[in-house]
Design a protein around this ligand. Structure first.
Ligand SMILES: Cc1ncc(C[n+]2csc(CCOP(=O)(O)OP(=O)(O)O)c2C)c(N)n1
Ligand SMILES: [Mg+2]
Length: 1018
């Protein structure tokens, strides 16, 4: 049966132009296949077919303007389109039929009545009459308290902890209804979260594991000391790993699974400053040599080891750069989220892989560390485990001397919905805790602050007896039979492999939420007087002979005094129990860690016709480069190889960039799907959330969006699947906001496209000072493997994007792109012949104005300012008889890279004919001085000044932006056609090619105020 396909609700738009027709008469199509593409002045969107069937006729043509209800085509509908089933179900349809409602209603009524009577009949308790709690909060009725405690105890014993938990929750809810004060449940007592009887025991051989750990400790410390003996400039850290060795060892021996051909591997973000510990283990495993260990922090030659985890410098070893504090935590959260995204989209299997992130307690001061933790619980990231090494110190001193960092973090993470496991006390404390019936031990543990805990470990057993236990006679008695040595042995949870094992085991089993393990440790553990728990531990990189001998003895390293003095590394024989055990454990866990490998297959480049539209003239249609980008992405979503791999990432600006069409087309990723009918469900660009959704709509977090970009752009190594992230942001809130993450993206060898939309200081007119970007291109130029362009026309963008896909995702180069796009609408010409190479190299001849006089000038323009240049060239030609060559500069940054390279080569080869830089290749045979301008600071264009022998004048938008019209802004910053004409005339006068009167007259004509200061001061 023939049915009309009409334009659905397209929101506020009327008379929208058809820019593409994607069906033909006679074609078989499926439901949701695109019929046409509509484009308003802000966005383009495909109209999907509501039915499957055969197209009988197409009723529109390109250029037609349509509105809601316009007929697009006639289809022989396979389904009966008039039947209710084919229409999307409305909310009303999904409601139960009336008869069912009636069955339910009396029930509901009963419940309501019961509740009402309960509320009204319940006698009001005269709270004012009775004192429940004394102001001092001491116990007014210990017998009653004991009865309650006994009841609880018997519930736990008879029915288990879950039942007790249920009853407590009920009690709290009941108390809440009665208006009682709520108990403060942000934190729990300062003891381990896992009771001794619930601890899962480690199956490992503790003796061997301790010996292995000791060897790792030694080699890690020796590596730092040796490097600094060679050259004190090299630096390094001993104290951080010394505090974390057990936390890493238990993971390495029992939990973290390596990547192999059957399993994707766990992803571990190692704390940056603990790198020596990872090298030391890899050395015992035979993955690093003695010579490499000897070259710690000496990377310029061969065989050096990087100071911290840097995939760029050790691409087969390190996976995640973490040392800029705060980045590891946020990156790991989005990594865990991206893993779930790939699973939910059906692109990888769910293998129950985990993401582990190690961070320092001081590191949690960074907003990035904690800023995204609510996302982790909201998205139920039970594949994420944080381990916070709470050694109570950072670089200068205590993290929270007057408080307790573990309690503070517990409150924050519990509040955010995480599973919190505190590992505070080691096994030696278990007996004391069970022996203490007064409750004073826990009270004392609760009341001591971190500054005291740090001091305890900087002193000795007698100090602890006096200052900790000594406060209460009962506690002093409790330890009266213990020697000072015994007291000193009372260990901290993070140094006890049993406690750490139990915590990791529980974290692995936790479902539905992320876990954080708060492990209490000692900074500089085992370093004795030279570093244990003292404020300067973090900076300690030299140990004198006495310290080294102490360290050797402390960890029973079988080295002679002479070997210790020589700072030798120690590795037992390959057949020793230690080496056999260590290797066998890693074999059982599937492979090495850390290790960076790549097995991703390249993505086949898209068919050329995908880009065809963009290479043609847009005719009378005006559009912005941002719109052109969206159009191009929409086309790419039709390419079967590219489409599933595209990851559009947006921090709450899709509508600003006209990308809302993606919502309906490919869906917004939401791990729970969509639990509500969106208010705009009838519209073509409805806000559609979907478990298989493709768009990462991050909300207002450029940090989060950038972290997603890195996760997606490194998927080729972490998931062996090449993905193509396209992260589109307000250009001002890109590099300026998250530069450190972009630097980490470069280090991580992320592949993908960063799109700085609404860019250009004068192009984004109204938004003003904090929005108008005139420097992101310069910031991009600082990143060695970032390839950046500032294109003007749609065809330039298409050529660049196509080449980006080829270089990054087909040839798998370790680069990423930064493209600036604008929101100024204008007509786009057809691509001139043979300009592709120039577009990619950074400049090409766009137009020659050659028919007038002898005087000539070279006009170089970038981004939207190229159009001012073209207009200026026209004026120069018609009004002043001055010829010009107009060059479109797509990338001053790429031109500079080429210039630097060629100049260096020439200087290194003084006896051969010098090569020409690409800029010179273009310009050396052309006449006249160079006038260059962009919508960026002058230094953007200035970058190529050294690579040409011609006179060079550059113009740009130095200074703070401000709100006004584009025209006024360009006049203010002196990059409008009138200023370009005037400055060109003046430059030509300076070159003695024309009289200076031309420029003076132009200044009068264009009302250019000579006394106006440079905009940087305004
Ligand atoms: C963003 C950033 N700021 C500052 C530093 C310098 N820095 C290195 S380690 C450190 C202290 C680390 O303390 P903590 O997080 O507690 O780690 P610990 O070494 O105690 O395990 C500082 C400030 C850094 N690496 N990154
Ligand atoms: Mg610390």
């Amino acid at each position: 049966m023939n049915t009309e396909i009409t334009v659905p609700d397209i929101g506020d738009f009327e008379s929208v132009e058809i820019i593409e027709i994607l069906i033909k008469s006679g074609a078989e199509i499926k439901k949701n296949d695109p019929i046409v593409t509509l484009e308003s002045d802000k966005s383009s969107v495909e109209v999907p077919s509501p039915f499957s069937g055969k197209i009988s006729s197409v009723k529109v043509k390109i250029g037609d303007k349509v509105s809601k209800g316009s007929i697009l085509a006639i289809i022989e509908n396979e389904e009966d389109k008039t039947s209710k089933q084919s229409q999307p179900k409305s909310v009303e349809d999904t409601k139960p039929p009336i008869s069912k409602k009636e069955e339910v209603l009396p029930e509901t009524e009963k419940i309501i009545k019961k509740t009402e009577s309960y509320i009204t009949k319940k006698p009001k308790i005269e709270t004012s009459q009775k004192i429940y709690v004394r102001p001092s909060r001491s116990d007014i009725d210990p017998i009653e308290t004991q009865e309650w405690l006994d009841s609880l105890d018997s519930v736990v014993k008879n029915d288990g902890a879950d039942r007790a938990h249920y009853l407590l929750k009920k009690l709290i809810n009941e108390a809440y209804k009665d208006g009682s004060h709520q108990p403060l449940t942000r934190t729990t007592p300062y003891i381990n979260s896992i009771p001794v009887e619930m601890e899962v025991k480690s199956p490992g051989d503790q003796n061997i594991e301790r010996r292995i750990r000791s060897l790792i400790r030694w080699n890690a410390a020796a590596m730092v000391v040796k490097a600094n003996k060679k050259n004190p400039e090299l630096g390094g850290h001993i104290g951080t790993f010394a505090s974390a060795a057990t936390l890493y060892d238990v993971g390495m021996n029992h939990f973290w699974r390596g990547k192999n051909n059957k399993f994707g591997g766990d992803l571990v973000y190692f704390q940056g400053h603990s790198a020596p510990g990872m090298y030391a283990r890899a050395f015992l495993e035979g993955r690093l040599t003695t010579s490499q260990l000897g070259n710690f922090r000496q990377e310029v030659g061969v065989d050096g080891l990087s100071s911290y985890p840097h995939p760029w410098l050790m691409p087969k070893f390190w996976q995640f750069p973490t040392v800029s504090m705060g980045l590891g935590p946020v990156l790991s959260i989005y990594q865990a989220r991206f893993t779930k995204y790939l699973i939910n989209r059906g692109l990888i299997k769910d293998e129950n892989r985990k993401v582990w992130a190690f961070l320092g307690d001081g590191e949690t001061d960074e907003p990035e560390s904690l800023g995204a933790i609510s996302l982790a619980s909201r998205e139920k990231l039970d594949n994420l485990i944080f381990v916070i090494n709470c050694n109570l110190q950072r670089l200068d001193g205590p993290v929270r001397g007057n408080g307790k960092i573990i309690q503070e973090l517990e409150g924050i993470f519990r509040g955010a919905g995480w599973n919190v496991i505190k590992v505070i006390w080691g096994s030696y404390w278990d007996q004391l805790l069970s022996k203490d019936k007064t409750g004073l031990l826990i009270k004392r543990m609760n009341e001591c602050v971190d500054g005291e805990y740090q001091a305890f470990k900087a002193n000795d057993g007698s100090y602890v007896r006096e200052k900790f236990f000594g406060k209460y006679p009962e506690l002093k008695d409790l330890v009266s039979s213990m020697t000072d040595r015994d007291i000193w042995k009372l260990n901290r949870g993070g140094h006890d492999p049993h406690k750490v094992y139990a915590a990791y085991d529980e974290a692995m089993k936790t479902k539905g939420k992320p876990t954080v393990i708060l492990a209490k440790t000692i900074k500089g553990y085992g370093m004795g007087k030279s570093g244990e728990s003292i404020n300067i531990t973090h900076q300690q990189k030299k140990l004198d002979e006495e310290d080294l001998l102490y360290y050797r003895d402390r960890f029973d390293i079988p080295l002679t005094d002479k070997q210790v003095k020589n700072i030798e590394f120690y590795k037992p024989n390959e057949k020793s129990d230690e080496i056999k055990y260590l290797k066998e454990r890693r074999m059982k866990l599937g492979g090495n860690l850390p290790e960076r490998t790549i097995y991703a297959k390249p993505i086949k480049k898209p068919a050329k016709d995908i880009f065809e539209n963009m290479l043609k003239s847009s005719g009378d249609r005006e559009m912005s480069t941002t719109m052109a980008l969206v159009r191009m992405l929409t086309s790419l979503l039709r390419d079967k190889n590219i489409a599933p791999r595209l990851v559009p990432i947006i921090p709450d600006e899709a509508r600003t960039f006209g990308m809302e069409g993606f919502f309906r087309k490919i869906g917004i990723y939401a791990h729970e799907g969509q639990k509500y009918e969106p208010e705009d469900s009838e519209q073509l660009s409805s806000y559609r959330e979907d478990k298989k959704g493709q768009v990462l709509e991050e909300g207002i977090t450029e940090t989060g969006a950038m972290s997603s970009f890195i996760a997606a752009g490194t998927s080729y190594t972490n998931h062996d699947l090449e993905m193509i992230p396209v992260y589109t942001f307000y250009s001002m809130f890109g590099f300026q906001r998250v530069m450190d993450l972009i630097w980490a993206a470069g280090d991580s060898q992320t592949r993908g496209f960063l799109i700085g939309a609404t860019s250009g200081r004068t192009t984004l007119a109204g938004e003003g000072l904090q929005h108008q970007d005139g420097h992101s291109q310069l910031l991009a130029s600082t990143i060695p493997n970032c390839v950046s362009y500032d294109p003007t026309f749609a065809y330039e963008l298409a050529v660049i994007f196509q080449d980006g896909l080829r270089r990054m995702h087909e040839k798998q180069e370790s680069i990423f792109y930064y493209l600036t796009t604008m929101n100024e609408n204008y007509k786009h010409p057809e691509m001139p012949k043979n300009c592709e190479k120039g577009i990619l190299k950074g400049m090409y001849l766009f137009k020659e104005f050659n028919n007038k006089g002898k005087t000539k000038v070279q006009l170089l323009g970038s981004g939207t300012i190229l159009r001012e240049m073209i207009s200026a060239a026209q004026i120069l030609s018609t009004e002043y008889n001055i010829d010009s060559d107009v060059w479109s500069v797509t990338s001053f940054n790429e031109l500079r890279k080429d210039g630097m390279d060629i100049e260096r080569k020439n200087l290194l080869n003084p006896s051969i004919i010098p090569e020409k830089s690409y800029v010179e290749e273009c310009l050396s045979k052309r006449d006249g001085p160079i006038i260059a301008a962009s919508d960026y600071m002058r230094s953007f264009a200035d970058q190529i000044r050294p690579y040409t022998s011609k006179s060079f004048y550059s113009f740009g938008t130095d200074g703070y932006g401000r709100s006004d019209s584009r025209k006024n802004l360009r006049k203010f910053f002196e990059v409008d056609k009138e200023h370009i004409v005037t400055y060109t005339l003046s430059a030509l006068a300076k070159e003695q090619l024309i009289p200076s009167t031309y420029a003076e007259q132009a200044m009068k004509k264009y009302k250019i105020d000579k006394t106006k200061p440079l905009p940087t001061t305004l």
